[in-house]
Unconditional design. Structure first.
Length: 338
């Protein structure tokens, strides 16, 4: 019988944290995101992720935001988001990410050509400044990895509900460890063309992160196209990044917005907890530092509501046991604005 002692209290805690925040003054968007490789008919690598995020309305100053004047005044002095012009957005998030090897029915430890068993559970605070052409964001994360992140409990329970294969190797997951990370991201709008409601825009950017969650540097480019493409910076997240950074932060004026996107990113991954384990822990996985991802998606929005469906193809940065070069998963996002 699966151990589920920690699952229900943890889910209840998430709801206790987010429901009062959602109803409080100053918040503008709540989003729930599910990442899963079920859509790619697989059950390995990055196999499942659940992210809840809460973003403020656009602010003239962080001091006007829902975290209070004292915290806001300190954030207003943080470099690169301290420019007087533009608008600001605060984002809180809760993330659980689960990673498994290629054969979840194998009770033996995964080899040097396979993803380790790993679970990550962490929260984040992001401070964003944006205008029509430029986006800057600092993100701070803190959490845990290992058994306390509840990967075993969540996957075992979900597989029991849907009648899928029972995972057998969680006793080999990466050990307990603290996750602390700092990230900076810049996005730039290089062009936007509109005609009678139809539009195309091109976004590009870079990001750096350091800490015990991941240490990496990445670049990327995104093409968005369709009906009423919003003047925001909402694009697929960078490696281990926040899915809803750059959102409008307010209900839109246009009745409908429907647009597609194509994106590519390249990341130099110095360290990643789900691949390399705790700092000082030696895992058998031998991997390359380079990591690439391709994205294709569709977003539909109406006043107050919206959703996205995005397919991501990440490269496999090691000699895969099945000789694959690419993995795959899909992301479903549902968001509510007010």
């Amino acid at each position: 019988m699966a151990r589920t002692w920690g699952l229900r209290p943890s889910l209840a805690l998430l709801l206790m944290l987010f429901v009062p925040l959602q109803a409080s003054e100053g918040w503008g968007e709540f989003a729930a995101i599910l990442d899963n490789d079920f859509f790619g008919n697989a059950d390995d690598g990055y196999t499942n992720g659940v992210i809840l995020s809460l973003s403020s309305r656009r602010l003239a100053s962080f001091a006007d935001g829902p975290l209070g004047a004292q915290v806001g005044r300190w954030l207003d002095r943080v470099p690169l988001v301290d420019r007087a012009d533009g608008e600001r957005v605060l984002t809180l998030s809760l993330n659980q990410r689960i990673y498994t090897p290629s054969d979840i029915a194998n009770p033996d430890p995964p080899g040097e050509d396979d993803q380790p068993w790993a679970a990550l559970l962490y929260g984040g605070l992001s401070a964003t400044r944006m205008d029509r052409r430029r986006f800057d964001a600092w993100s701070l994360y803190a959490g845990i990895m290992g058994p306390a992140a509840l990967g075993r409990e969540v996957q075992t329970r979900v597989h029991a509900i849907i009648g899928s294969e029972r995972p057998q190797g969680w006793q080999h997951q990466v050990g307990h460890g603290a996750l602390v990370n700092l990230a900076y991201e810049r996005r730039q709008r290089w062009g936007m063309w509109t005609r009678e409601g139809w539009g195309i825009d091109l976004l590009a950017g870079y990001k750096g992160a350091i800490g015990t969650l991941t240490t990496n540097a990445s670049v990327r480019s995104v093409l968005r196209f369709g009906w009423q493409v919003p003047e925001d910076f909402t694009i697929p997240p960078s490696f281990m990044g926040e899915p809803r950074l750059g959102a409008q932060g307010r209900a839109q004026a246009a009745p409908w917005s429907v647009y597609g996107l194509l994106a590519v990113d390249a990341t130099l991954v110095i360290y990643a907890a789900q691949w390399d384990g705790r700092l000082g822990e030696t895992l058998r996985l031998e991997r390359r530092a380079s990591h690439f991802r391709l994205h294709a998606g569709l977003t539909a929005e109406r006043p107050g509501w919206g959703g996205s469906f995005i397919i991501t193809l990440p490269s496999i940065p090691w000699e895969d046991v099945h000789d694959r070069r690419w993995d795959g998963y899909a992301s479903i996002q549902v968001f509510r604005r007010w």
